[in-house]
Structure formats: structure tokens, C-alpha cells
Write a protein that binds this ligand. Structure first.
Ligand code: ADP
Length: 482
């Protein structure tokens, strides 16, 4: 199958969040299954061409904003996938050192240009290389214009007509408002879909993508349900309701080679599910590194997170405080984010010397040592489209204690970790107490949970197979309506 990804981020070239992880991992996993995959990305000034060996490839002209834009294409092959980078004055200039601008209105214009140039590039590649996609996979609001443009501009085009499109939602909170002005300026058709008009969403790129895409997906089955509710839909739940039959949740994977306790060079003592006793060495190394008393038998609670509302620090700090007041336990936190949460973290450390160690900042090697050395791993998220931390924790035998939402609910169960429901410090405190109780009184049960957790399959290969099924459904559905 010929699969085209169009996205605003892709690790390792450019990554801001989870979107970059998915677009960095899923295409190579599909290529390994024998499919021809291409990824189109904006050629941001901050991408390091030299480091990756990205080279100028081609250029073409495209009508844009009452003028002619010169679209420059660079390219690289990597892990069996062709990556194309698109630049066109004044968008994605070499001196521009940001991925997203602080002004969404500006980004809407930049990404509309990128979406349109991507389709023109398909036409170009079809002529020069005979390659055209069987399915177009757009991601989040940045590229949500792709299904709209295919339908409204290119419906009868020999190459781009009758396209099968999938739009993946990685985070419903961000939607891209104000596209009408940019469409008019670029000489593109206005958005006049009756559903969008009646819902007053003709200016909203995510809403436009949700309406025009053949199929929709999001990054976990539970998040697929949640975004169709008023709490999780951020104003688009009504639209999603109209398209529920065409929405599917597919869990993200993790890079199981990068995150592997058996081969890691970052941790004191490599181990696997069959040699769990070595884990204790990693715990003691972590205690020592973080300046905590080195004690093998004290429960160590870990957390690695962005300190932002989404991740639940608001309920985590009081719950951990109550837990440490009543228990012999340690808490290690690695995180960075909002100043008031960083301050609360520092305060906790001050109030519990010898029990709490906080490291503010981003530090991937340390994060791995926390996954390898903690007994319990906290993720009390307010909402969580998929979440990677809980999957990495399980792979390292740290039992995740998570809120029962989104991808957390789909990946953690009572064979592999602990769950709580209410977004309240009391609810987290209660289940954390139960976990510590089990740690002390039922070591065998604890180890069985660790083994179950470590044996779960969170590889991208599993997700890639589900995406392939979805691509086939998308193509069939499109052909049925052709
Ligand atoms: P999100 O993408 O919303 O931040 P995820 O759970 O999907 O949440 O992914 C978070 C990833 O970022 C995990 O791999 C986690 O280990 C990592 N991470 C978060 N904060 C830090 C930090 N301060 N230092 C190192 N890694 C971090």
C-alpha cells in the first residue's frame, strides 16, 4: 500500500509532543511491514539539515495569495521511509527558529500553505516518479485542511481526485481557528458545509478536517469515546457524534528498542522479567543519585511529567504529602512546567527532607533511571489522549498508578498496576495507600504484577497492524461512495 503522512512534527527531525513521537515511529513500522511510506513535513528553520543529511531535492511553482510561490523540496531516506521537507517563502524560512508561532492566526496561514503545497507535491511526484498515495494520513489541526482541499479543490483531478483520507486526532484541545480569511486570500473555496455552518465551525480547521475526512482516528479507544462528550470534545463533540461510526481509537506504541531494561546503558544493572531481583540495584543507585537514604525495602514512588494542568500535579502534590505523612516511603519527581507547580514541588522537597527528591528540568537519561528504580509510577492525569509514561513504566517493571481516563484506562489494569477514578487528591491518596500496603504485605503478588506489566506488548508493530486495517477500511469506504 502507498501511504502518505502529512504532519507538523516528526521525531527525530522536529518534535514538540506526542504527535512527533507517532509520526516518527509509525511510518518506519509500516515500512517494515512492506509498505511504501512517505512523510511530508514543513522544512522549519530549526531542523538541522546537516546532522540528518537532508538535501535539496526539487522545486516547483504554486499559485498562492495572488502570486506565485516557489516551493522548495528537500529529502532524506531513513528506516525505509522517504521524508520530504517543504519550504516556500515566506513560510518555514531558514532563519525562523520556531515550530509553532505564539500566534495561532499566523500558524493557520503557515499550515494551510503547507497542506496545499503537500498536495501539489503529490501531483509533482506522481509525474516525476509515478508514485501516488492510496491513503492520505493527516494529523491534528495543522494538516486537517488536506481532506477539505482534496474534496473541494481536487475532486476531479486526475491524480488527486477520489482520495481516501484519514485524520488522526492527537489532542482535541488544539483546533486552529480563523481559516476563512486565509482561504479567501489564497483564492481557495470557502467552507460552506451545512453541518459546519449550523454548528458555527466554518472557521475551525479541526472541525473542517473532522467533517471532510473519509475516516477519523485518535490515539486510544477510550479517548475516542471521551472526545465525543462535552467534557472532552472542546466544543466539537457534537460534530464527532455525527461521525462516531467513522472514528476509531488506536493506541500508540513505544520504541521497545530504545526503552529496554535488558540492554540499557543508562541504568546501573540491566534486567528483564526473569531477573527482577537485579532491579533493586537500580533502585539503590537512584536513591543515591537523588540524595535519598539508600534503603532497598522502602517503597519508592516515581513521577516523570510535564508540570502542567493536564498531568494532574494539582491532585498529586496533596496526595503525596498525605501519603508521606503517614507512611515510610520515598518520592522522586522529574518534571518541568508551570512555575506554580515547580514551586509546589520544591516546597514538598523542603517539607520532607530525606523522603522527597525533586529534579526540575528535562533529562531523558534520568527519566530512564526513575522508570528502572521506582516501585510505583504516578500518572494522575486530568485527561490523557494516550500517554507514554505508563507504558514505559510497565516495560521497566514500575507499577503505574494512573487515573482511569483516556489511554491510561486502555493500557493499565489491575493485573499490571493501579487505577483511581475521581479527579480528587483523596481518591489518589486512597489507592496509593492500597498500593503501599500491597508492596509491604504481598511481595509475591507485587512481583507477579511486575511480570505481567513487563510482558505486555506496547510495540509500534502492534499499532501499525491496526492502522493498516484502518487504511483498508478507509479505502473501501471511499470507493463505496465514489
Ligand atoms: P505528554 O506527551 O503529554 O507529555 P506522554 O506520557 O505521552 O505525555 O509522554 C511524555 C514523555 O516525555 C515520556 O516519555 C516521559 O518520560 C517524557 N518526559 C516528560 N517530562 C520529562 C522530563 N522532565 N524529563 C525527561 N523526560 C520527560
Amino acid at each position: 500500500m502507498n501511504i502518505l503522512f502529512v504532519a507538523a512534527e516528526c521525531a527525530p527531525f522536529v518534535k514538540v509532543g506526542g504527535l512527533g513521537d507517532v509520526v516518527g515511529s509509525l511510518p518506519p513500522a509500516l515500512a517494515r511491514l512492506g509498505h511504501a511510506v512517505r512523510v511530508f513535513l514543513p522544512h522549519y528553520g530549526q531542523i538541522n539539515d546537516e546532522r540528518f543529511g537532508i538535501r535539496r531535492y526539487d522545486e516547483f511553482k504554486m499559485a498562492w495569495n495572488e502570486g506565485i510561490a516557489n516551493v522548495q523540496i528537500a529529502r532524506i531516506e531513513r528506516e525505509g521511509v522517504s521524508f520530504y521537507f517543504i519550504r516556500g517563502w515566506p513560510f518555514f524560512a531558514p532563519h525562523e527558529k520556531f515550530v509553532y508561532s505564539a500566534d495561532e492566526g499566523i500558524d493557520v496561514g503557515r499550515f494551510l500553505f503547507f497542506s496545499m503545497a503537500s498536495l501539489e507535491l503529490v501531483r509533482h511526484l506522481s509525474e516525476s516518479e509515478g508514485w501516488r498515495p492510496d491513503v492520505y494520513h493527516a494529523n491534528d489541526w495543522h494538516t486537517a485542511a488536506v481532506p477539505f482541499l482534496l474534496e473541494r479543490v481536487y475532486a476531479t483531478d486526475r491524480i488527486l481526485g477520489k482520495a481516501s483520507t484519514l485524520l488522526s486526532i492527537h489532542n482535541m484541545q488544539y483546533q486552529g481557528w480563523g481559516v476563512g480569511w486565509h482561504l479567501a486570500r489564497a483564492g481557495l473555496p470557502e467552507v460552506n458545509h451545512p453541518l459546519l455552518r449550523v454548528m458555527d465551525k466554518t472557521e475551525n480547521l479541526m472541525a473542517i478536517g473532522l467533517t471532510y475526512s473519509t475516516m477519523l482516528s485518535t490515539v486510544s479507544p477510550r479517548y475516542a469515546q471521551e472526545i465525543a462528550t462535552p467534557e472532552g470534545g472542546y466544543g466539537l463533540d457534537g460534530l464527532l457524534h455525527a461521525r462516531l461510526l467513522h472514528l476509531k481509537g488506536i493506541l500508540n506504541g513505544i520504541d521497545t528498542e530504545q526503552w529496554n531494561p535488558a540492554t540499557s546503558r543508562q541504568i546501573a544493572a540491566p534486567y528483564d522479567a526473569g531477573s527482577l531481583s537485579s532491579r533493586s540495584e537500580n533502585k539503590q543507585a537512584l536513591q543515591s543519585e537523588m540524595g535519598l537514604p539508600v534503603r532497598a525495602n522502602i517503597p519508592l514512588i516515581g513521577a516523570v511529567m510535564r508540570l502542567v494542568d493536564q498531568k494532574g500535579p494539582e491532585i498529586m502534590f496533596p496526595a503525596v504529602r498525605w501519603t508521606l505523612e503517614g507512611n515510610d516511603a520515598q518520592f522522586v519527581l522529574l518534571g518541568a512546567g508551570a512555575p506554580h507547580y515547580e514551586h509546589a514541588a520544591a516546597q514538598l522537597q523542603q517539607d520532607f527532607p530525606g523522603k522527597v527528591a525533586v529534579q526540575l528540568g528535562f533529562d531523558e537519561p534520568l527519566s530512564e533511571r526513575i522508570y528502572a528504580g521506582s516501585d510505583v509510577f504516578l500518572m494522575p492525569s486530568l485527561f490523557e489522549p494516550c500517554g507514554l509514561g505508563q507504558m514505559i513504566a510497565m516495560r521497566y517493571g514500575a507499577l503505574p498508578l494512573v487515573r482511569d481516563v483516556g489511554g491510561l484506562a486502555d493500557t493499565v489494569d489491575d493485573q499490571t498496576g493501579f487505577l483511581f477514578k475521581d479527579y480528587q487528591p483523596g481518591a489518589l491518596h486512597f489507592v496509593l495507600g492500597q498500593a503501599l500496603e500491597m508492596y509491604h504485605r504481598n511481595r509475591q503478588g507485587w512481583q507477579i504484577r511486575q511480570q505481567h506489566a513487563m510482558q505486555r506488548d506496547f510495540s509500534w508493530q502492534r499499532s501499525a497492524t491496526s492502522y493498516l486495517d484502518l487504511y483498508r477500511q478507509t479505502i473501501e469506504l471511499r470507493q463505496a461512495y465514489a
